[in-house]
Design a protein around this ligand. Sequence first.
Ligand SMILES: Nc1ncnc2c1ncn2[C@@H]1O[C@H](COP(=O)(O)OP(=O)(O)OP(=O)(O)O)[C@@H](O)[C@H]1O
Ligand code: SF4
Ligand SMILES: [Mg+2]
Length: 507
Amino acid sequence: MQSNDRKVLLSIRDLKQWFPLGKGIYNKANDGISIDIYEGETFGLVGESGCGKSTLGRTILQVYKQTDGRTMYYGESLDELAPEYVRNTIKNLDAKRKDLVKLEEKRDKFIEEYEKLSDEQKIEKTEEFRLVKKQAYDALFDITSIVGGFIVAEDLKPFTYHDIKIIDISRTLHNLNLKLDDKNVVLADVEYTYKDDETKGKDKIEAAKKAVTDTEAEIAEVRKLLAKEHEVLEEMREPLRSDPRFEEYEQWKDDGIDLARLKNEEMRQLRKDLQLIFQDPYSSLNPRMSVGQIIGEGLLAHNFFKKNSPRMQERILKVMDDCGLAPYFVHRYPHQFSGGQRQRIGIARSLATNPKFVVCDEAVSALDVSIQSQIINLLSDLKDQQNLTYLFITHDLSVVKYISDRIGVMYLGNMVELADSQEIFDHPLHPYTEALLGAIPTTDVDQSRELQILEGDIPSPVNPPSGCKFHTRCKYCTDICTKVVPEWQEIRDNHFVACHHLLENNL
Ligand SMILES: Nc1ncnc2c1ncn2[C@@H]1O[C@H](COP(=O)(O)OP(=O)(O)OP(=O)(O)O)[C@@H](O)[C@H]1O
Ligand code: SF4
Ligand SMILES: [Mg+2]
């Protein structure tokens, strides 16, 4: 997906993470967050303790199952993964279309009645209005993102038949690609084992090569089948083109994978792409495993190597070298290292599988300032070498300013402001951001103190204030702030804010 010439890697919409506390009571740790994360950027995430930063990082990675919303991932293609939810959507297209019509009728009726209300009554109904609009929008997105313009076809049966066939063939193709990876791993292992005496291993190498070629041939056959089905479907699109809605809905088509809707096994296959670096390198490293085993664990789990593969050691040493760890550390255990070295081990473990997106959750917060800059430099170098994308969570504004391309500011489960790093520091538009920046420590001694910046307690995410959640602590609060949730809007290019009264001096 493209946006402003930058490729979107993750598109998050209305993400909710409500932790159940029993009897219909929830901790609304993330309460409707919408952001795009671009490929190759460092997205800094700041906000006071408990505002939901770690929860957001982990929910995006699907460590926690999200309560609601969409987490679209564009690092792999939808066709190649062919997830089960796509098949189900197509199979149930008729029923889904009927639901959509009902939701759109409900929305239109609501709008008609809403228009007749007084301004005062409209304020009372704002939340309900947003909800009916959102329900209809979500239902339309669900279908059009997968089938595009086919949604306008009266009789969907022939289309769904071919669409499902395509999904099934894509699935076969996906499994064959996994098989091919597997055969290639075996081949590389045999070649490595007999690299000094190829004649001795001749038969084994030949057999492994044949397994690879056979699988490649199978893949070529299936690709042909797939191309044929696509052709049929393309022809079927032609009778439909005269419908003006067809073109419109085709533009809604979305090749992203909705991570929240994947089955566990499907998600497991994407895990290697999406990694987490923790704050506390000691508690997150298994004390009974050597550095080599820690780094190798993920490589084995994702079938980069077979167990006891002679090549794996080379790879582990390479990753260690990239992360500034000496080769002789490979057999040592976590307790034998300093904090900075342990953090390097944690980084090596996360980066070993060649991920695309990494959540760094307070990755340097536990370290001395001098070690912090070493680790930050290491993360920046690795990012440049491997075209990584980071979500960099920290409560330390001096760190976030230095490392981030863009900065998102969170308050009590919501994103309140998001812009380029320099823009946030030069022209903050949200009163909370202003307060946060006003609290940047000026002496080195204060550098890493917790953000505890404003008068008044942080309200509870279990029972947050109505309207704008910041209204209990905001000096600009007016009546509307206590009643209506401010909308998340793009005020200037790439500058998003949710506030009824933006800081006008900075506009
Ligand atoms: N697994 C969980 N189950 C229930 N509640 C949780 C869970 N994880 C976090 N919470 C709650 O969700 C809210 C947000 O917590 P989170 O850890 O995301 O905050 P944070 O911004 O990362 O804070 P910090 O800067 O202290 O790390 C808190 O009220 C916390 O108590
Ligand atoms: S919406 Fe109102 S209470 Fe909330 S930050 Fe803006 S001015 Fe303050
Ligand atoms: Mg946290």
